[in-house]
Write a protein that binds this ligand. Structure first.
Ligand code: 1GP
Length: 242
């Protein structure tokens, strides 16, 4: 079934993140066709500044038209939801200072997720320095890069609250990805599936976080900036799939 590898909790997964504000829906469909040919395992759709539900809906429509891959929403608020997707990262930004990003949006979104029949994937979302746009918009207090123990504590807190995934987020387009030492500490000391994203642009970057224990690697900016999406994704998936 679609998404079995991801929803079954397997490791060695690559997800391609599409920000609906970065291209029109038709172009998003073309990009994911290339990413699929390069071996990506699924598509995430979301961004920090999405300009409305209609664009999310149309983006997922064109993605679904072009590829037979699971589509997981990565919403910044309820406007990031559409029933055309398969699942949603139902996340709480644990190190935000604003309760809207910890439980507020979740309260508003939960009935919509239920009504749309989206599969909720429960996730502790942890913003790490530099944190980028998402860190700024969500009023996060980014975890210092040299403090893996703080990331472990947040991840464990999420695990004990019943969350299946921990997403270590450096911020889209980050100058440096999550330090492997932090990925390793979270992977070893928690039972969470560890997702790592932000600033991963090369097979070398991907290899370093996978070897440290990342179960899922997310790349977004790369496919926005490169012409040969298939080639770039293929280079990453060769490393991530092992
Ligand atoms: C952003 O972690 C994701 O939420 C992906 O980051 O755009 O830097 O790949 P990049």
């Amino acid at each position: 079934m679609i998404g079995d590898r991801i929803f079954g909790g397997e490791s060695g997964i690559h997800l391609t993140l599409i920000d609906p504000d970065e291209q029109d829906p038709v172009e998003a469909g073309e990009i994911v066709s290339e990413a699929s040919a390069g071996g990506t395992d699924g598509i995430m759709v979301g961004g920090s500044t999405v300009s409305g539900q209609a664009v999310v809906d149309q983006t997922v429509k064109h993605i679904k038209k072009n590829v037979d891959l699971p589509v997981i929403l990565f919403p910044q608020d309820t406007s990031g939801l559409t029933g055309r997707a398969d699942a949603v990262f139902f996340m709480s930004l644990l190190n935000s200072r604003n309760p809207m990003y910890i439980t507020g949006m979740q309260m508003r979104g939960a009935p919509i997720v239920k009504k749309l029949g989206l599969k909720p994937l429960s996730m502790a979302y942890i913003v790490v320095e530099p944190g980028g746009t998402v860190g700024y918009i969500s009023d996060a207090r980014p975890v210092p890069r040299e403090k893996p123990e703080i990331a472990v504590s947040y991840s464990l807190a999420g695990e004990y609250m019943g969350m299946d995934y921990t997403y270590l987020e450096a911020g889209s387009g980050a100058s440096e990805h999550i330090p492997p030492e932090m990925v390793g500490a979270v992977s070893q000391k928690t039972n969470s599936k560890v997702i790592v994203g932000g600033g991963i642009r090369s097979p070398k970057h991907a290899k370093s976080v996978v070897e440290a224990g990342a179960d899922i690697v997310v790349t977004g900016t790369l496919v926005e900036e490169i012409d040969d999406v298939k080639g770039a994704v293929s280079n990453l998936t060769n490393v991530i799939h092992g």
